[in-house]
Design a protein around this ligand. Structure first.
Ligand SMILES: Nc1nc2c(ncn2[C@@H]2O[C@H](COP(=O)(O)OP(=O)(O)O)[C@@H](O)[C@H]2O)c(=O)[nH]1
Ligand SMILES: [Mg+2]
Length: 265
């Protein structure tokens, strides 16, 4: 916790970074995740905020956020009527106003020590910085089942076609220039788990480059993803993304603004 004078100085300045956390039936994992996230963000030398996006959870997820004790890092809740992680992240990104934005999973499976390097890179002009478990320096502790591993292998092969040059599209730890993220989120149509592929593919098609940074990642039990329930829908999502982007590729993906919105004192 920061001393009160320092806290007042932080809150009187505009928020520089907003982080979106999609959460569905996360009453078990969210409190610990939010504690870690707020503690990390409170140590940054500029004001930050967290937006949790719930999709009609049937447990105490929404109540946990509504009653979250407000400290130096404000935490607010938005409800997304459309089901799916992609729909939730889209709704959250569209609520942001900060010059830099990011999203991460409620389980904080990606170690938050990657927040500082990600912010540093954004501040030095990168427009997209994403965590990568495939980076040679990444440290990954994976307890996924063999079935999920096999599916992930196939998914990565297809994702590489849509987003060439990005080795891990699915790590739930991504940071963006705020204007770019909002513009791309407004175009996002994928509601489910494959939304990251569409988001990155749109950014690349718009001329932005994606920088992958190594992360420390450990599997946290309680995943919402089920290979049996979600594999087919993910495959269909990838096909739809491919068809949609092909249909749009006739110059319709030009950015409305140039990619230089830093302008923060
Ligand atoms: N709002 C919302 N969040 C979701 C939904 N599905 C998954 N999530 C969130 O997405 C994040 C990653 O999900 P997780 O179950 O850990 O998937 P995994 O890490 O890919 O196994 C977590 O914060 C989930 O709560 C959904 O339908 N709606
Ligand atoms: Mg997870």
């Amino acid at each position: 916790m920061l001393p009160s004078r320092q806290r007042d100085e932080r809150t009187s300045r505009p928020t520089l970074l907003e982080i979106v956390v999609p959460a569905h039936n996360e009453e078990r994992r969210l409190p610990g995740g939010l504690l870690q996230l707020c503690a990390k963000l409170a140590c940054l030398p500029f004001p930050t905020a967290v937006i949790v996006v719930d999709n009609s959870s049937t447990d105490r997820t929404a109540e946990i956020v509504r009653t979250w004790p407000q400290g130096p890092v404000p935490v607010r809740l938005i409800e997304c009527p459309t089901p799916g992680k992609g729909a939730a992240v889209r709704a959250g990104l569209l609520e942001t106003t900060a010059p830099f934005v990011g999203f991460c999973d409620a389980d904080m499976a990606t170690d938050l020590c990657a927040v500082e390097p990600a912010c540093g890179l954004l501040l030095s002009g990168e427009s997209i910085v994403i965590g990568s478990r495939a980076h040679p320096q990444a440290d990954v502790e994976n307890r996924h089942s063999k079935v999920r591993e096999l599916g992930a292998f196939g998914f990565r092969a297809l994702a590489r076609v849509l987003v060439p040059g990005v080795s891990d599209t699915q790590c739930g730890f991504k940071f963006f220039d705020g204007g770019l993220a909002r513009e791309m989120a407004a175009r996002l149509r994928t509601d489910g788990f494959a939304f990251d592929v569409e988001l990155l593919a749109r950014c690349v098609a718009a001329g932005a480059s994606v920088l992958e940074i190594p992360v420390t990642w450990h599997d946290v039990p309680g995943s919402r993803f089920s290979p049996a329930r979600h594999s087919l829908s993910i495959l269909l999502e990838l096909v739809r993304i491919w068809l949609r982007l092909r249909a749009e590729s006739s110059g319709a993906l030009k950015l409305k603004q140039p990619l230089d919105p830093v302008g923060y004192p």
